[in-house]
Design a protein around this ligand. Structure first.
Ligand SMILES: Nc1ncnc2c1ncn2[C@@H]1O[C@H](COP(=O)(O)OP(=O)(O)OP(=O)(O)O)[C@@H](O)[C@H]1O
Ligand SMILES: [Zn+2]
Length: 454
């Protein structure tokens, strides 16, 4: 089985060769658990969940380690904790739990490890000391800064020239920096802010340092794949690389870099600062998680994705049909995934191509092919779909729905009775009432079925 990955570090598609096929190692930068995650954050989490699933498919369930970290050291988090008079942990326990549940709602498997930055501060202090000792960092006014001029490879990952980076950094250059591009490894905390003891006084680590240390402790100095949204390539990942390679005497941080495209609204990145965001937590009240997930997969992970309610509605309708046609398919395994679907996913996680094949399988299944129904179900499961029975799927209702199933059944029975008695005016009246409630009914050879219109 050959997996190819578009490596943003090398700017080309490469055949994936793991360091150790018995333990393939993946790290994706997780959220700052300050607020609810929006569906843009969700897209990136789902992308790396798919990578995790495809790696498990290719190398075996027991042979992949996936780390998705939680950033709980952040100025906004600390300010809010102080404001409420509680610890960072007390504040973020709730938000981290909601994040984990919401991502599970999008069909994401629980990662192997979900480290929290606050549990790794000792390791961060040690790495800062190592960087100072090796001549890659310096102390200035209570800060410790990474000396970019000491790293000849700085800028390679994101492909930026030093001039570009200097121009970008100039806006906010602090007087104690030797070079405009130097970045913070450690910064001082005011007395009224949370902090940790260090050789440089009471303070806290810079954000980039967190991932360098958590990935080293959980995956080793060099691991296979490192990922995140495209906004993280620079400066976050560039700085992670600088810290880790300099602390580890030149050993690479990761052999492959993957970056997911933005989820957009009307052509703009969905983000907290622009205020154009939809929170996953709310979306999961209005839609089944698998419909949100399928909408994400309709666009290749590296392309920008325009999020629309119409897209989710379409995804929900596709799943309605797929669930119906696979209802009798029984248990399937990875062996039932057809080669064409596997090939699409092993080719840089080409979900639109996999879905195109699955639409073909659906047509065959609808014509009665049991093999096609099984292949469709197995393919869906590899994508993290078909996580429930056809009955459960059909019984799903939006949380805002006031529809009472028993009441609907009674109305349908009354309508059928009216039709039998040739009281078509009453039958039509009941149908209109159901439509007004958002219930769609269909008369078929096996009686009347109904569903809730999205
Ligand atoms: N619109 C988006 N589309 C895809 N991925 C995104 C989007 N916004 C953020 N991400 C990704 O979500 C992950 C979590 O990031 P984080 O919690 O720092 O969110 P954020 O960048 O603060 O969000 P925002 O941009 O809304 O402030 C990162 O990998 C980031 O690249
Ligand atoms: Zn990171």
């Amino acid at each position: 089985m050959t997996l190819t990955i578009y490596d943003t570090g090398r700017r080309e598609k490469r055949v994936f060769e793991p360091i150790d096929a018995a333990n393939v190692r993946l790290y994706a930068c997780g959220p700052t658990v300050y607020d609810y995650a929006h569906i843009g954050n969700g897209r990136t989490a789902v992308t790396f969940d798919l990578v995790f699933r495809v790696l498990r498919y290719a190398y075996g369930v027991e042979h992949v380690t996936y780390v998705r970290n939680i950033t709980d050291i952040d100025d906004k988090i600390m300010a809010r904790a102080v404001e409420r008079g509680i610890s960072i942990r007390e504040l973020t326990n709730g938000t981290a739990e909601v994040y984990q549940k919401d991502m599970a709602g999008l069909g994401a498997l629980t990662p192997t490890h979900e480290p929290r930055a606050t549990d790794y501060v000792d390791g961060m202090v040690a790495m800062v000391q190592t960087l100072i000792d090796k001549g890659h960092a310096y102390e200035a006014e209570g800060h410790v800064l990474f000396d970019v001029s000491s790293d000849k490879d700085y800028g390679q990952l994101s492909g930026r020239s030093l001039d570009d980076m200097i121009a970008g950094a100039r806006v906010e250059v602090a007087p104690y920096k030797r070079n405009a591009t130097d970045f913070v490894l450690w910064k001082p905390s005011d007395d009224d802010m949370p902090g940790w003891d260090s050789p440089w006084g009471n303070g806290r680590p810079g954000w980039h340092l967190e991932c360098s240390v958590m990935s080293e402790e959980l995956l080793g100095e060099t691991f296979d794949i490192h990922g995140g949204g495209i906004d993280l390539a620079f400066p976050h990942h560039e700085n992670e690389v600088a810290q880790s390679t300099c602390a580890h005497d030149g050993a690479a941080l990761a052999n492959y870099w993957m970056h997911g495209g933005f989820l957009q609204v009307d052509g703009e990145k969905m983000s907290k600062s622009l205020g154009n965001f939809l929170v996953v937590h709310d979306l999961l009240e209005d839609w089944p998680g698998e419909a949100l997930r399928l909408h994400l997969f309709m666009t290749h992970y590296r392309q920008p994705l325009n999020w629309t309610a119409e897209g989710v509605r379409e995804a929900k309708a596709i799943l309605d049909r797929w669930y119906k046609v696979t209802a009798g398919a029984g248990n399937v395994t990875g062996d039932d995934v057809p080669a064409s679907v596997a090939a699409a996913l092993l080719d840089d996680f080409n979900t639109p191509q996999a879905l195109a094949v699955m639409h073909g399988l659906y047509s065959e299944a609808q014509k009665g092919s049991e093999d096609a129904a099984r292949a469709l179900k197995a393919s869906g499961q590899l994508l993290g779909l078909f996580g429930q029975s056809a009955e459960e799927w059909a019984a799903w209702r939006p949380q805002s729905s006031a529809i009472d199933d028993a009441h609907v059944e009674n109305m349908i029975a009354a309508r059928n009775a009216a039709r039998k008695a040739k009281d078509f005016a009453e039958a039509d009246r009941l149908r209109d009432e159901l439509t007004a409630m958002g219930v769609e009914i269909k008369d078929g050879p096996e009686g009347t079925t109904w569903s809730v219109a999205p």
